[in-house]
Write a protein that binds this ligand. Structure first.
Ligand SMILES: [Zn+2]
Length: 297
């Protein structure tokens, strides 16, 4: 115990003083450079727009100036010296893809509604910014009739967003929340649709096979099962902090649990007995066939 304490304490204090120092120096360098940013933007504006490859997007000069300013501020925050104009342009040109999320974020803040060109740019290159603005971009794609961009948006959601384990049957994103609604398009998944998506019947069959009596009784009591995409079906309650879905059980499923527990005759036997009774009755009933036979005979 003592050794751990002894070794950790100086390390932590050294680290924190170091990071304080680093933060301080970064802060002063940004402040020093910030003074000239307005001028710098004016100076290199046209070249910067070309270097970033955003001249064709239909942004106004004022909008482009804001975009360029945001990118340059970001660029300068990462370096501690004053770079020359050509160094900046070179970095902008080489870092087109790296700066695309900042450009996309600025575009989204500047426009309430995106043109097709802007939409295409943001969805193609925005990366994490697409994930943050996924609902807005989804509805803008639909409004513009650019469904061809949905694949890219889904990819961004899978990579940078918070994909959920169940796919929405309407928008196709992995975005069904445990309350059965879609995070992106708002669709409310029907219970039957949900059961089909997870192949509930097979999972229920396995659940019945492998679950012990205590858990079966608990399930019978709650009349629901919890679906965990990693673990399959479990008895309630759902685990805290995990994405799990509660599925109410149907009458025949509850009966199957009762059968398994030996609380009632197997459903199959009941059905079979019913059929046999029906058959016997049918045999006893005089039929047209019997009537004809009796008359012709
Ligand atoms: Zn959806």
């Amino acid at each position: 115990m003592f050794i751990v304490w002894f070794r950790e304490v100086p390390k932590r204090s050294k680290n924190s003083s170091k990071s304080r120092g680093r933060r301080k120096s970064k802060h002063t360098s940004v402040r020093k450079l910030k003074i000239d940013i307005g001028n710098l933007v004016l100076n290199i504006f046209e070249d910067a727009v070309l270097a970033l490859g955003i001249s064709h997007l239909g942004l106004t000069d004022d909008e482009l100036k804001i975009v360029v300013r945001n990118v340059i501020e970001y660029l300068l925050s990462g370096i501690s010296y004053r770079p020359s104009k050509s160094t900046i342009l070179n970095r902008l040109s080489k870092g087109r893809v790296r700066f695309a999320p900042i450009i996309s974020e600025t575009i989204l803040s500047l426009r309430k509604e995106l043109s097709e060109d802007l939409l295409e740019y943001v969805v193609s290159f925005g990366g994490p910014i697409c994930a943050v603005n996924v609902q807005r971009l989804y509805s803008e794609i639909l409004r513009k009739g650019r469904e061809d961009l949905l694949g890219l948006l889904r990819e961004a959601w899978e990579t940078f967003g918070k994909p959920l384990p169940i796919k929405c049957p309407v928008c196709g994103f992995s975005s069904i929340k445990p309350d059965y609604t879609c995070l992106i398009c708002g669709y409310n998944v029907k219970e039957e649709e949900f059961r089909k998506t997870i192949d509930f019947n097979s999972l229920f069959h396995i659940f019945l096979e492998i679950t012990d009596e205590k858990v079966l009784r608990k399930t019978l009591e709650h009349q629901v099962l919890v679906y965990d995409p990693q673990e399959g079906l479990k008895s309630p309650p759902p685990s805290y902090g995990k994405v799990q879905y509660i599925i109410p059980l149907k009458e025949d499923e509850l009966l199957r649990i009762e059968e398994k527990l030996g609380l009632r005759k197997p459903q199959r036997r009941i059905v079979k007995e019913k059929e046999e009774r029906k058959e016997r009755k049918a045999k006893e009933k005089p039929t047209l066939d019997m009537f004809l036979k009796a008359n012709t005979g």
